[in-house]
Write a protein that binds this ligand. Structure first.
Ligand SMILES: Nc1ncnc2c1ncn2[C@@H]1O[C@H](COP(=O)(O)OP(=O)(O)OP(=O)(O)O)[C@@H](O)[C@H]1O
Length: 332
């Protein structure tokens, strides 16, 4: 393992019967960085994360996490990693403080350290006023802060976060990301799966998964510059007419509407794509401003996942429970 890599995976594969949920994925995730998994529903993000933290046994491939071979060394890794899923997985009938105390005991913190860590986390995650409130009655954002406080009680070197912000509002998401950056600044490696482009944009590195395969990887800037498409923005007085004029042409791979603008992804290598689009607009008598723009991460996502559409849906995965154990399972 290289000194800078927190996670190295080679040929990581997981099958469920005939379905290949994760298909020969290679990963090198550097320490103290925020690394994002982006992918449509069912692309294998959760399955990959569960294999990385030892909850699920790979069908094939090797995984090394913080110098430990997984899943063989899962038990030894337990104290070095924190895991948080999209589903609130603490005890709803216990108070905020009781939840933290319980988790601190699970992580084996002795009494004095337990008390000081809990006090610190309550402050850091703004939960002091909710200290004696039952977790089940917290708001979505408070629950998420509690889950992060619990996942970081033992000061893990690596945090694995599976769609942690899917149930909270934009302000809570922003706060949450502020906390992630602080953790990364202090040396924690963070792997986070998300459906949100703005979140992926904040990551130091991103892997895009599609049908179990890793289809693109790099920093947001590298991905944007390396996109296999020309991105043309069309600002039109009649957006619907502009869209109609673009439809049905082989060289137009996808069209997405953003207010009164369209983003068209064209096949790469066209000599002057703007001129070609201007011709189409003129022929359809649509007044439009046409310019070539830098690819957004959403454009990259659409191109990397086969131009299948830009809508990224959010689902709730009920399949994993971090409380149960760290024993790898074959059944998932
Ligand atoms: N325990 C399991 N048994 C059978 N199939 C499974 C199991 N867990 C996951 N799958 C399947 O593996 C594929 C990948 O699922 P996974 O949950 O990893 O995707 P995901 O990218 O995390 O999706 P989402 O964004 O919807 O949470 C899906 O087709 C899913 O139905």
């Amino acid at each position: 393992m290289s000194a800078e890599s927190a996670i190295i995976a080679r040929g990581l594969t997981r099958q469920f019967g005939k379905l290949i949920a994760v298909d020969h994925v290679d990963l090198d995730i550097p320490v103290a960085r925020i690394y994002g998994f982006l992918g449509p529903n069912g692309s294998g993000k959760s399955t990959t994360i569960r294999m990385l933290c030892g909850l699920l046994r790979p069908t094939a491939g090797t995984v090394n996490v913080l110098g430990h071979r997984m899943p063989r060394d899962a038990e030894r890794l337990r104290h070095k990693i924190g895991y948080m899923t999209q589903r609130f997985s603490l005890w709803e009938d216990l108070t905020v403080e009781e939840n933290l105390d319980f988790m601190a005991r699970i992580f084996g913190l002795e009494a004095a350290r337990r008390a000081s860590r809990i006090r610190r986390r309550l402050g850091e995650y703004r939960l002091e006023s909710q200290r004696t409130q039952r977790a089940g009655t917290l708001s979505g954002g408070q629950k998420q802060r509690l889950a992060l406080a619990a996942a970081t009680l033992h000061e893990p070197e690596l945090l694995l976060l599976d769609e942690p912000t899917s149930a909270v509002d934009p302000q809570s998401r922003r706060d949450f990301w502020g906390s992630l950056f602080e953790l990364a600044d202090r040396g924690t490696t963070i792997l986070v799966s998300t459906h949100y482009m703005d979140e992926a944009e904040r990551c130091h590195g991103i892997a895009i998964l599609d049908r179990g395969r890793l289809v693109a990887e790099g920093s947001p800037r590298q991905l944007s510059e390396g996109i296999a498409a020309s991105v043309i923005e069309i600002e039109a007085d009649d957006v619907r007419a502009a869209r109609r004029a673009l439809e049905g042409h082989d060289f137009v791979r996808s069209i997405a509407q953003l207010g009164n603008r369209l983003h068209a992804l064209l096949v790469p290598g066209m000599s002057s794509p703007e001129a070609r689009i201007e011709e189409l607009m003129a022929a359809a008598r649509v007044t439009a401003k046409v310019e070539r723009v830098r690819a957004s991460l959403e454009d990259v996502f659409v191109a990397a996942t086969g131009f299948g559409g830009s809508d990224v849906a959010i689902t709730t995965d009920q399949s994993s429970d971090p409380r149960c154990s760290f024993t790898p399972t074959d059944a998932g």
